[in-house]
Design a protein around this ligand. Structure first.
Ligand SMILES: *[C@@H]1O[C@H](CO)[C@@H](O)[C@H](O)[C@H]1NC(C)=O
Ligand SMILES: *[C@@H]1O[C@H](CO)[C@@H](O)[C@H](O)[C@H]1NC(C)=O
Ligand SMILES: *[C@@H]1O[C@H](CO)[C@@H](O)[C@H](O)[C@H]1NC(C)=O
Ligand SMILES: *[C@@H]1O[C@H](CO)[C@@H](O)[C@H](O)[C@H]1NC(C)=O
Length: 301
């Protein structure tokens, strides 16, 4: 516990401003939880009244615990500062609210997900997931953090389900099914999540056709791929590998790669073709120039 003694008015006595591990106590009346390793900032006016003395604080900046001797660069704003900064842009300019500018988003972290039944692991998925919700022509891009995401699911003979959930995602379901008895694919996605403004966004589509591969193999796509669930919701996947059926000994079977990954192999013949075409044009132009030169040569004689 760290305490500051302040006496703003000489006759008013002392104010004890104490910081207990992770909690700031203003005069035992206002308690704010501050994550350790964050610096507390409150530019807004805080008013404390005690009998007939009123104390005003503003521009408060304090870090009570500095574990490794480096003052944190991460600021924890008090509620008042938070509301004044998030509300004001909405009042003055209606378009750029804070959730609408996350365009240069970094790649999501790759998560390992699996589902088990009585016979051990029956579904495996490895992927980085980025959700893209578009409402009123404004897109919010949200990266799923695997370390704060729980997963469950179920495996049946014809279908398999992987369900993710976290504090903001009520559920994000991936439904796999079989196609023609010998292939599998992603058939459905169902999401229900809380948006930044507290409303719930829900959408489901059980008529998709993505991640198609033969049974007994896994589907792999290292390139960024998009699963378009609806006009308002799409999922960008990164370093994807998934096997919803016939998992043996908890390991992936051989991978069937997406066409985007094999684009490079496809590009080589194209490049050779383009080079050959270019060569033919060069030869042809040289031939034309040569002919014209020899013709003018004859005329000058
Ligand atoms: C000190 O801790 C902060 C916050 O945990 C961290 O960002 C910083 O890298 C640490 N510095 C050193 C020198 O360990
Ligand atoms: C996911 O699993 C792979 C293979 O088992 C492993 O190499 C990788 O480190 C795991 N990733 C995470 C984030 O646990
Ligand atoms: C999000 O979706 C919108 C509309 O489909 C699209 O214009 C935008 O490029 C997408 N953003 C990302 C990062 O995928
Ligand atoms: C939350 O924001 C979305 C658009 O981003 C809007 O459609 C919805 O009505 C908002 N909900 C509330 C409760 O303001």
């Amino acid at each position: 516990m760290v305490c500051f003694r302040l006496s703003p008015v000489p006759s008013s006595g002392l104010i004890l401003f104490c910081l207990v591990l992770g909690v700031v106590t203003f005069h035992d009346r206002v308690a704010v939880r501050i994550p350790l390793n964050e610096i507390f900032r409150c530019n807004s006016l805080s008013t404390l009244e005690d009998h007939d003395v009123v104390q005003n604080y503003w521009n408060v900046l304090v870090q009570a615990f500095v574990p490794n001797g480096t003052v944190s660069t991460k600021e924890y704003l008090c509620d008042k500062d938070n509301t004044s900064t998030t509300v004001s842009p909405i009042i003055h300019t209606t378009v750029p609210s804070p959730t609408t500018i996350p365009t240069p988003k970094e790649k999501p972290e790759i998560g390992n997900y699996s589902v088990s039944n009585g016979n051990g692991t029956c579904l495996l998925a490895t992927m980085g997931l980025q959700l893209n919700i578009t409402q009123d022509k404004v897109s919010s891009v949200i990266n799923i953090n695997p370390s704060t995401t729980d997963f469950t699911g179920s495996c049946h003979s014809q279908t398999a389900l992987l369900r993710l959930n976290s504090s903001t995602i009520k559920h994000l379901d991936f439904v796999f099914a079989m196609k023609n008895e010998n292939r599998f694919y992603l058939k459905g996605v169902d999401i229900s999540m809380y948006l930044a403004n507290g409303s719930v966004f829900s959408i489901a589509n059980n008529n998709l056709s993505y991640w198609d591969a033969p049974l007994g193999s896994s589907y792999m796509c290292n390139k960024e791929q998009t699963v378009s669930v609806s006009g308002a919701f799409q999922i960008n996947t990164f370093d994807l590998r998934v096997q919803p059926f016939n998992v043996k000994e908890g390991k992936y079977s051989t991978a069937e790669e997406c066409s985007a990954d094999s684009d490079l192999n496809f590009l080589i013949p194209v490049a050779v073709g383009v080079a050959l075409g270019f060569l033919i044009i060069v030869v042809f132009i040289s031939y034309m120039i040569g002919r014209r030169k020899s013709r003018t040569g004859y005329q000058s004689v």
